[in-house]
Design a protein around this ligand. Structure first.
Ligand code: MG
Length: 369
């Protein structure tokens, strides 16, 4: 089975309500999608959301990287050589991890279809369903408390609370949410690089002193500040998770060598796809560091791929895969199913995705003259 044609397109999916973090406010999910067509007619699906503030990738840069550099390198490749495809993608240009992830995910999907096995089983098959948390956007404390209560009423027992814009208000936010949802709900915080190291230590110690029972704090300091991250990790009892700092396998190896964090948030768009994400999971497991698998604001293609990794590997003990729940529409036919706060992996080959509806075509390779 050889890759003979690659289609690039775009999805624009409205959100149920604006998504707000310390880094940005978003009103719709924009997603670049790819279809890898094999000579037998089978199709592999992949995606790349442009998350410029985190990955540095824009819509135009993703399309250009795929169309002009990456896709021509894998047309004609045998799908059986999945390792070869991922290696060629990784070596074809620096950075551009989202564009690489789109093609790597699609190649894994096609490989799963080729061998007739669901992707989560190819990646280990440790479990077939997952519990996801739900993200509460950064707003004023009262609105966040209301959103948290609505999430608990909808069946969520773990919430990821966005903080990181102003420490005094962040303390009020966390108190308001904990007060509103009670003690039974697990609360994770994500500061999205919004605090200084000393500020983070003061604040997290305050959460601890007030008994706010914070399960973990994600990325308290700037992505590049590994020393600051270690400073925080060494000085608080609360679990500190690296997200934006833990970009690809090399960064994770460095974080582990420094013991700069307690756990790792793996995202396919940071890692550059499933092959590198698996490398991260294995590095973390070797160092006895637990992993969460997270996502960007993206369509269900990437969510199903990330869920397949999370389900496949025992070292992944948390999933933050709520993007599909934040979207007002689902144009992806097949893939993971949502039942309340649980994701069920498809019992179909690859990602189990059958079609993308309402996508706007951008380019087809090879170009026809
Ligand atoms: Mg995060």
């Amino acid at each position: 089975m050889k890759i003979c044609e690659i289609h690039i397109g775009k999805l624009s999916i409205p959100l149920r309500k604006p998504f707000k973090t310390a880094l940005r406010t978003v009103h719709s999910a924009e997603d670049i999608v790819v279809k890898l067509v094999a000579d037998c007619g089978a199709i592999g699906y992949g995606n790349a959301p442009p998350t410029a503030v985190i990955t540095g990738d824009s819509q135009d840069s993703i399309v250009a990287a795929i169309r002009d550099i990456l896709a021509p390198k894998i047309i004609g490749f045998d799908v059986d050589n999945l390792e070869g495809i991922s290696t060629v993608l990784d070596g074809a240009l620096l950075h551009n991890h989202s564009a690489k992830a789109a093609l790597d995910i699609a190649a894994h999907d096609l490989f799963g279809k080729r061998v007739g096995v669901p992707l989560y089983k190819l990646l280990g098959g440790f479990r077939s369903s997952l519990e996801s948390d739900l993200t509460i956007s950064l707003n004023d404390p009262e609105e966040m408390a209301r959103d948290a209560c609505a999430a608990v009423a909808a069946g969520y027992s773990a919430l990821k609370i966005k903080v990181g814009n102003e420490p005094a208000t962040d303390l009020t936010r966390v108190r308001a949410v904990r007060g509103a949802v009670g003690d039974a709900v697990r609360i994770r915080l994500d500061a999205n690089q919004g605090w200084g190291a000393k500020e983070a230590v003061r604040l997290i110690r305050r959460f601890e002193a007030e008994g706010l029972a914070i399960e973990l704090v994600e990325q308290p300091v700037k992505a590049h500040d590994f020393d600051g991250l270690k400073y925080v990790t060494d000085r608080v009892n609360t679990e500190i998770m690296a997200d934006e700092s833990a970009f690809g396998p090399r960064e994770v190896a460095q974080l582990i060598a420094m013991r700069a964090c307690d756990s790792i948030n793996i995202k396919l768009m940071k890692a550059g796809g499933l092959r590198n994400a698996v490398r991260i999971a294995h590095l973390a497991e070797t160092a006895d560091m637990r992993c969460m698998v997270g996502c960007m604001l993206e369509s269900k293609i990437g969510i199903t791929a990330a869920a397949s990794l999370a389900a496949g590997k025992q070292i992944v003990n948390r999933a933050d895969l709520d993007a599909s729940v934040l979207l007002a529409e689902d144009p992806i036919v097949g893939g993971a199913q949502f039942e309340g706060n649980r994701l069920l992996l498809p019992d179909a080959p690859g990602l189990g995705i059958r079609e993308i509806e309402n996508w706007r075509h951008i380019a087809t390779l090879p170009g026809h003259t």
